[in-house]
Design a protein around this ligand. Structure first.
Ligand code: DLL
Length: 436
């Protein structure tokens, strides 16, 4: 079902005309109401009247996560505090969180875009949606919660964690849609298998995933073990949370809600705009948000855009599955590699489990070293040393052949690697110790 047919199937020329208008008014609003933007535009010699259409977009300066940090907590707001309906925040790895806020209208917009993504995933009012993403300051839980309610589905507000209980309720309440990060999905599958519960025999049919990078191999694993159709959804707190883009059941890219979020791809180093089809960093502008009019935000996420219409009838641009973040790219002895590429290669090696961690290290003055710890099944681990050695050599060979990187593979016993109920931490970078 297409949730908002008028918008989601509009012609590109109609859409672009609408985006042009919204861009001009959003830029003017930001200039008038947010001292940060006024200063930023003045520094570039830009006045609001200079931005008339999409063609002027490239004149605008970029914004970054550091701008949120520098204006912590409420410096980027375009409305007085008493107009806020909700505040969320995403925890960074260090220091203060990134604070985002919503007016009542922003809340309505948020549930609308989340409902669109859910409908595209095949969710209907007949579904029972178990939300196993974190409730609280993280946008995942509450975003899907209000989106599912808006769509008319029945919501089971579980939040993440309490894994055995999650599995019990999937069975007892006949959950049909399960919302969780891909890594938590794998954890659920593993727990269920250990409890002797076959989730494939339950009513589960759609998985709403996202909030972290995951590969096609991980998708197959979720499909096989949970017996559902895993759907990729993308979003970020700075824009709204979940609801920016999501796959339909054809799985050919994520439909981006372009009437609210204007998307561009730029070269990650130079910032130069790249044409449709080329891979680069996604830059987003929130065209309609009242509380937080974020303009030309460098997401750090690597993808490409395809404006051709989808088989499902939607016309909004499709974003390829995010392949990594600019700041997660590893450079190992001069070879660039994303963790997702490592995941793809690892999961193709038979006997290897989808639990791994990448350790990057550098001894003083030496080159970067990569060590990958990955779990193998109980049966393999308990088997003779020869088989383990063979498997390790095979994985190392595949890394060399496919990615051109030298990596030490360490096969570890089941449960050795920490499980995640939210966003998995896949990289442990020890190089920083030597860079200080
Ligand atoms: O993760 C919002 C969200 C919640 C999206 C639930 C989807 C589902 P943040 O915590 O601000 O917001 O993190 C945003 O997570 O810039 C990406 O790097 C990453 N990310 C989000 N979705 C995907 C995805 C939420 N489908 C950051 N694939 C983003 C890869 C993703 N990375």
């Amino acid at each position: 079902m297409i949730w908002n047919k008028e918008r989601e199937t509009m012609s590109r020329s109609q859409l672009e005309a609408m985006q042009s208008e919204l861009l001009a008014s959003q830029v003017a609003r930001a200039y008038e109401r947010v001292p940060f933007y006024r200063q930023l535009f003045r520094d570039r010699g830009i006045r609001p009247g200079d931005i008339k259409s999409l063609a002027d977009l490239h004149k605008l300066p970029f914004t970054r996560k550091s701008d949120f940090r520098d204006n912590y907590p409420f410096g980027l707001l375009a409305v007085p505090r008493n107009q806020l309906a909700r505040i969320h925040a995403s925890s960074g790895t260090t220091g203060k969180p990134t604070v985002v806020a919503y007016t009542k209208n922003d809340m309505a917009l948020w549930r609308e875009v989340c409902a669109r993504n859910l409908a595209a995933a095949g969710v209907t009012p007949d579904d029972t949606v178990q939300i196993a993403m974190g409730y609280g300051l993280f946008t995942g839980g509450l975003g899907w919660h209000y989106g599912s309610e808006h769509l008319g589905a029945t919501v089971l507000p579980m939040s993440s964690g309490n894994t055995k209980r999650q599995i019990m309720l999937i069975q007892d309440f006949e959950t049909t849609v399960f919302c969780c990060t891909p890594s938590y999905g794998i954890f659920i599958a593993e727990q269920a298998e250990e409890m002797g519960v076959d989730l494939r025999a339950t009513r589960l049919r759609v998985g709403i995933h996202g909030a972290e990078p995951w590969t096609a191999e991980m998708r197959r694993e979720l499909e096989r073990r949970l017996g559902l159709d895993p759907i990729d959804t993308y979003g970020l707190s700075e824009m709204i949370g979940p609801g920016v883009a999501g796959e339909c059941t054809y799985h050919c890219g994520l439909h981006l809600n372009e009437d609210h979020f204007l998307a561009e791809i730029v070269h990650p180093e130079t910032g130069d705009p790249l044409p449709y089809g080329e891979k680069g960093e996604l830059v987003l502008t929130a065209l309609t948000k009242e509380a937080l009019p974020v303009i030309r935000y460098r997401t750090g996420d690597i993808t490409r855009l395809d404006p051709s219409p989808c088989k499902c009838g939607r016309t909004m641009v499709r974003m390829e599955k995010v392949s990594g973040r600019t700041d997660d790219m590893l450079i190992v002895r001069g070879v660039n590699v994303f963790p997702s590429q490592i995941e793809t290669v690892l999961l193709q090696v038979e006997g290897v489990q989808p639990h791994y961690v990448i350790l990057v290290d550098r001894e003083l003055g030496a080159m970067d070293e990569l060590e990958i710890w990955v779990e193998v099944s109980e049966a393999i681990f308990a088997d003779d040393i020869g088989q383990l050695k063979g498997l390790q050599q095979k994985a190392e060979y595949e890394m060399r052949e496919t990615l051109g990187i030298q990596a030490r593979i360490k096969l570890v016993e089941p449960h050795r690697i920490e499980r995640s109920m939210g966003k998995a931490r896949r990289i442990i970078d020890r190089r920083a110790v030597y860079d200080q």
